[in-house]
Design a protein around this ligand. Structure first.
Ligand code: ADP
Ligand code: MG
Length: 395
């Protein structure tokens, strides 16, 4: 090997080790993990950045509520703004408190603690709520730098302390971002006796199929040493879009379940993905499936044949999570010849529509041409086979 060749080889090896060093499961297992880029939230980041920039330059405090269905990325969004955007663009100190399952004393003391640390002010220990609040207030007001506070997971149990912080931040020209899920948002802001203190709000929408795919892909690249195939990432995304309102949290949970196997270099196949997402696509027992198939296939030989062909393919190719319509037609055609039945393209489509309507077969959100199942194909295959044979015997 030439010297140059050796040099290139070593360089590439070094680069790949360096890249590998970035990969860490922290991105999957740390609930406060902030992704290096927050995908598909440009508009929302612009909005909140603009709101905050105005308050910063004109020297007033602003309180904003960030809300969306839980799992959509409320925490990720507010933490990204707090830890990446604010420090880069403003001379302000930041404090994040997760209020979930904490009482007022815990929230105030955590906040006070963080404010003291951020402003380099020595803290006198106190365990009394009033004393702690006074300390917090005094230190925050005395700071020459502005503060940006995030209180995550506001609900009925801690709404009062959020409002108190929000009012204080107005007084001292700091800003507070309250983060809450859609349910608590409706509960707390729409009631008659609402005391929620906020000037503005920023709703976070769910992602589209392709946006969710990008997010999952990025997480795989950040965390999986051997990567995952496109098919697998698509399958995870499809299932999450179909059954769980496109929440990235669900996809990340699925990735967590796949991680131990993938990191050992084990190949991830459709069975593994189904197992990892079983909790969102919970189905009735296998026998119920038999019933559904039984009903829809009353005298419908073709539908059984189509289901049999489709599941047979998925059983044979475990890492293929989809079958396309063309491949399916070809397999059905062969089966028809074997069985000596008439083959017609329209019949296949009709059968597919039945199966899709009954939620036995699903069309991918990427392409209607790609079909997948959620019940292990073996189970569907067995039911289809059994019923088809019975039908043949009866005739
Ligand atoms: N735009 C995004 N880009 C990258 N990752 C995201 C994005 N939105 C959400 N996530 C990830 O999805 C998961 C769930 O988000 P999280 O903020 O915990 O949800 P919530 O607080 O709404 O329940 C987290 O792992 C988060 O990092
Ligand atoms: Mg959260």
């Amino acid at each position: 090997m030439s010297l140059r060749g050796l040099y290139t080889l070593m360089k590439n090896k070094l680069l790949s080790t360096m890249r590998r060093a970035d990969i860490s499961p922290k991105g999957l297992f740390d609930p406060y993990y902030v992704p290096s880029t927050l995908l598909h939230r440009e508009r929302e980041l612009d909005t909140i950045g603009g709101i905050y920039a105005d308050s910063y330059s004109d020297d007033y405090g602003i309180n904003c509520l960030v809300h969306g269905i839980s799992g959509v990325g409320n925490t990720a969004f507010s933490r990204y703004f707090l830890t990446k955007v604010v420090p880069e663009s403003f001379d302000a100190y930041t404090v994040y408190v997760d209020a979930k399952n904490k009482d007022t004393l815990e929230i105030v003391s955590e906040m006070s603690d963080k404010i003291h640390r951020q402003t380099n002010t020595p803290v006198t220990f106190a365990f009394d709520l009033d004393v702690l609040w006074l300390q917090l207030k005094r230190t925050a007001s005395a700071s020459p730098r502005k503060g940006v506070f995030v209180i995550d997971n506001i609900d009925e149990s801690n709404e009062e302390i959020y409002s108190k912080v929000a009012r204080l931040s107005k007084e001292i020209k700091a800003s507070t971002i309250g983060v809450l899920n859609s349910h608590d948002y409706r509960l707390l802001t729409k009631g008659n006796a609402s005391h929620m203190a906020y000037d503005t709000e920023l709703p976070l929408d769910t992602y589209t199929q392709s946006q969710l795919y990008d997010i999952v892909r990025m997480r795989v690249e950040d965390t999986f040493p051997h990567g995952l195939t496109d098919e697998i990432v698509r399958y995870v995304t499809d299932i999450c879009v179909e059954f769980d309102a496109s929440k990235p949290k669900t996809s990340v949970e699925a990735l967590k379940a796949l991680w131990p196997m993938a990191s050992k270099g084990q190949e991830i196949d459709s069975d593994t993905v189904r197992a990892a997402t079983a909790h969102i696509s919970t189905f009735a027992h296998d026998e119920d499936y038999m019933d559904t198939i039984d009903t829809i296939s009353m005298n419908d030989f073709m539908t059984l044949l189509v289901l049999e062909a489709l599941t047979e393919h998925l059983m044979r190719y475990k890492t293929e999570t989809y079958i396309d319509r063309q491949t399916l037609s070809e397999i059905v055609q062969v089966k028809c010849e074997e069985q000596g039945v008439r083959y017609a393209e329209e019949d296949i489509e009709k059968s597919l529509q039945t199966l899709i309507f009954q939620s036995i077969v699903f069309e991918s959100g990427y392409s209607r041409n790609l079909l997948y199942v959620l019940v292990p194909p073996e189970i569907l295959y067995d039911s289809a086979m059994t019923l088809r044979r019975e039908l043949a015997r009866r005739k």
